[in-house]
Design a protein around this ligand. Structure first.
Ligand code: PMP
Length: 437
């Protein structure tokens, strides 16, 4: 396989990669649970790419659907024309969404889905004749992509400090991660539902009738798999209802089977007003994102004092035919292999497997739910992220791909993983942890 010598032109997104530019780690192929490196090694995928390849890699239903669609109808201008795959996909998706959430708006990434949902929320109240509610509420340690909307409502200060002007009128509630009370608990944390009351504190900072929406990840994935305490999401829902504030679940990571149900909303039995998805919608193969919304939100634009025509929003590639075909192939694969509920069958095996790492050096917490997990490491004093990043490099050398964020190792394998591969994953990771400085 030819690897170009010009390593300068490609601007790799993250610092951790840029450091290795003189000798980049490169994947050249992928099949099912494994990547192949440029030097021909097999690497077990412990992260489903970047939390996205839920069906595994190189799945025939997906690649064939893409090839067929590209040859048949490659593009249809989304602002003027529909095409069959878009209607079919939207119809299939709303069969999976929680009851009452039955409209789909297509975008091309999680960041775009988040921006779209925030804009829809702002416009919704106005379309209902409620005036302009303009405030938004996010959560500390929330990650909602890298658009201006996403970094504004996101709760990672370092992701936004370089960028000057952000959305105005955004507040953040506290995150719920509390190792003093919940360390090493299995599944959902027992303690901390009362953190939801922080939403009342933030709402009280302003006139509640100026607040349009609250956006949270049911599980904060990118900042280290922070699980909601039992009862927390229910309380968030109740507080939003009390004040007429829309609730948006960002399900870019939790959507499409990660927890053993189609969406976290199903798993937790809490229905938001809108959901944002991406990643697993095409199993990571082709960029696509979407907003799922309740009918009343859609209807507000069609019947409100300011008609839909006032809501100019959409992307050149919204509902791109090839992306829709990829998503349909993905849904077929999920359905035929029962992947949207497979994590439920594997959850207890997975829980035991990841918790078997308890007691290894530097491990200060282990978390799990469905087929997601996290190993939190004690940071090296004055050198945050160093220990986990070293684990990442060592795991890669031993043939395992993990993701690290801060000093937390995040695990989210493709939903096709076998029990033997779960064993292999934790054995390799255990070997890595034993050798960390
Ligand atoms: N929201 C969440 C919860 C995410 O995890 C991500 C990506 N990790 C995004 C939004 C942004 O998605 P994208 O990178 O596709 O823009």
């Amino acid at each position: 396989i030819r690897v170009t010598n010009n390593l300068e032109a490609f601007w790799m997104p993250f610092t951790a990669n840029r450091q290795f530019k003189s000798n980049p780690r490169m994947f050249v192929a992928a099949k099912d649970m494994h990547y192949t490196t440029a030097d021909g090694r097999q690497v077990l995928d412990g992260t489903a790419g970047l939390w996205c390849c839920n069906a595994g890699h190189g799945r025939p239903k997906i690649t064939e659907a893409i090839q067929k669609q590209a040859a048949e109808l490659d593009y249809a201008p989304a602002f003027q024309m529909g095409h069959p795959a878009a209607f079919e996909l939207a119809s299939r998706l709303v069969q999976l969404t929680p009851q009452g959430i039955d409209h789909v708006f297509f975008a091309n990434s999680g960041s775009e889905a988040v921006d779209s949902a925030l804009k829809i929320a702002l416009a919704y109240h106005r379309a209902r004749g409620e005036g302009q509610r303009f405030r938004l509420i996010g959560r500390e340690r929330g990650y909602h992509g890298v658009g201006f909307g996403g970094i504004s409502v996101g709760g990672i200060v370092s992701n936004r400090k370089m960028f000057g002007t952000l959305l105005t009128g955004v507040d953040h509630i506290r995150h719920t991660h509390d190792l003093t009370r919940n360390a090493f608990s299995r599944g959902l944390p027992e303690h901390g539902a009362e953190y939801a009351e922080d939403l009342e504190r933030v709402i009280a900072l302003h006139d509640p009738s100026t607040i349009a929406a609250v956006i949270i990840e049911p599980i904060a994935g990118s900042t280290g798999v922070l699980l909601p305490p039992k009862g927390y999401l229910e309380r968030i829902r109740a507080i939003c209802d009390k004040h007429g504030i829309l609730l948006i679940f960002d399900e870019v990571i939790t959507g499409f089977g990660r927890l053993g149900a189609p969406f976290a909303a199903d798993y937790f039995g809490v229905t938001p007003d809108m959901m944002t998805v991406a990643k697993g919608i095409t199993s990571g193969v082709i960029p696509m994102g979407a907003v799922f919304a309740k009918k009343e939100i859609y209807d507000a634009f069609m019947t409100g004092p300011e008609h839909l025509i006032e809501l100019f929003h959409g992307y050149t590639y919204s509902a791109n035919p090839v992306a829709c075909a990829a998503a349909l192939g993905t849904l077929d694969t999920y359905a035929e292999e029962g992947l949207l509920t497979r994590a439920a069958d594997l959850a207890s095996y997975w829980e035991d497997a990841v918790h078997s790492l308890k007691g290894l050096p530097h491990v200060i917490d282990i978390r799990n739910l469905g087929l997601i997990g996290a190993i939190e490491l004690e940071p090296i004093a004055g050198q945050p992220t160093k220990r986990a990043f070293s684990a990442f490099l060592k795991a890669y050398e031993k043939g395992l791909l993990i993701r690290t964020t801060g000093d937390i190792i995040a695990l989210s394998p493709p939903l096709i993983i076998s029990k033997a591969q779960i064993d292999e994953l934790v054995t390799t990771l255990g070997d890595v942890l034993k050798t960390l400085d």
